[in-house]
Design a binder for this molecule. Structure first.
Ligand code: PHE
Length: 329
């Protein structure tokens, strides 16, 4: 009998030591500790033993059964609590689900910054349409039909008289036609050119036009204003140059280049804007007395400026809407 008690204990142990769940554990309990279980059977047998043999087996049997009961109880509560844990488990270390906040496109940010600086210099904001007449885009700006300077700007014509504006200068015309000097305004917006698309040029880009018309406006003021802008935008040590140039609607005219130094590459001048004194013919076209008033104007390319400031080497990335690019700003 001792053998069988020992065997029951051993088997019970191996059965509960194998991977077990609550359901199987209950089966094991019934098999060993239930009303018809192995230990109960052994106890029945024990009862039949002659009196003098009882002490010999009683102790061993009792010990084996209570050990089995103890092991069973421990395992059961362990399994129960881990099952409850699995059901209700909240992992407090798990990262929260983020709220994706949108942000302003880098060109909008750049435009905002440019506007902010010129507002500080006394300019107000004025806007015009992207679909423009040939009249405002060219003629009023001193580009008569067949003028070779029209070739400077490859144009998307909509029909004989209308086009997608090639620059923001027609907004000057609209403003001067509707406003009496003094005028000091900044005119941002999209412009379109039918150019071969490359890292340097795109069919669509943004310009910011500036115009100041009053009785005694000078080229020195134009220069002072632009230099003040460059220093605020790029920093005090910005390297720039004014270069004589030509535009039909300004005389004299200049272009401004900013030194572009990319890490590990040779630096170069990058043209960022055209400017000049408003041509008296333009003032006459918009019926402003060109004996009394003078003006200056400038037009800058926003993409060029953003490329310089943020070290972007290809204009096309502004329009790809690749989040990997946009998220950097
Ligand atoms: N409109 C010119 C261009 O797009 C820039 C410019 C604006 C030049 C105002 C002079 C004055 O190239």
């Amino acid at each position: 009998m001792l053998d069988r008690i020992e065997l029951a204990e051993k088997n019970f142990k191996t059965e509960i030591e194998s991977e077990i769940d609550l359901e199987k554990l209950e089966e094991v309990r019934i098999k060993y500790l239930g009303r018809k279980g192995l230990f109960t059977e052994l106890f029945e047998e024990f009862k039949q033993l002659p009196k003098e043999e009882k002490p010999k087996y009683g102790q061993v049997l009792n010990k084996a059964k209570s050990l089995a009961q103890k092991l069973f109880d421990e395992l059961k509560s362990k399994l129960e609590s881990s099952e409850a844990e699995q059901k209700e488990y909240i992992d407090l270390t798990l990262a929260g689900r983020g709220v994706n906040l949108g942000s302003k496109h880098i060109l909008t940010q750049t435009l905002d910054e440019i506007k902010g600086i010129f507002k500080g210099l006394g300019f107000s904001i004025y806007e015009g349409p992207e679909l423009e007449s040939d009249h405002n885009n060219f003629e009023m700006l001193n580009f008569p039909a067949d003028h070779p300077a029209r070739d400077m700007q490859d144009t998307f014509f909509v029909n004989d008289n209308f086009l997608l504006r090639t620059h923001t200068s027609p907004v000057q015309v609209r403003l001067m036609e509707n406003t009496k000097p003094p005028i000091r305004a900044l005119m941002p917006g999209k412009v379109y050119r039918n150019e071969a698309i490359s890292a340097k040029s795109y069919c669509l880009f943004h310009q910011v036009e500036g115009l100041y018309v009053d009785e005694d406006v000078t080229f020195a003021e134009l220069k002072g204003t632009l230099v003040a802008f460059l220093k605020q935008f790029f920093g005090e040590d910005v390297k720039y140059r004014f270069r004589p140039s030509f535009f039909p609607f300004t005389e004299p005219s200049a272009e401004v280049d900013v030194w572009w130094q990319q890490k590990g590459k040779e630096g170069k001048w990058l043209e960022i804007l055209g400017c000049g004194m408003v041509d008296p013919n333009v003032l006459e076209n918009v019926k402003i007395d060109n004996e009394k008033y003078v003006g200056y104007a400038f037009g800058m390319g926003v993409e060029r400026i953003a490329m310089l400031k943020y070290g972007v080497g290809d204009i096309r990335v502004f329009f790809d809407n690749d989040k990997r690019f946009l998220e950097q700003f």
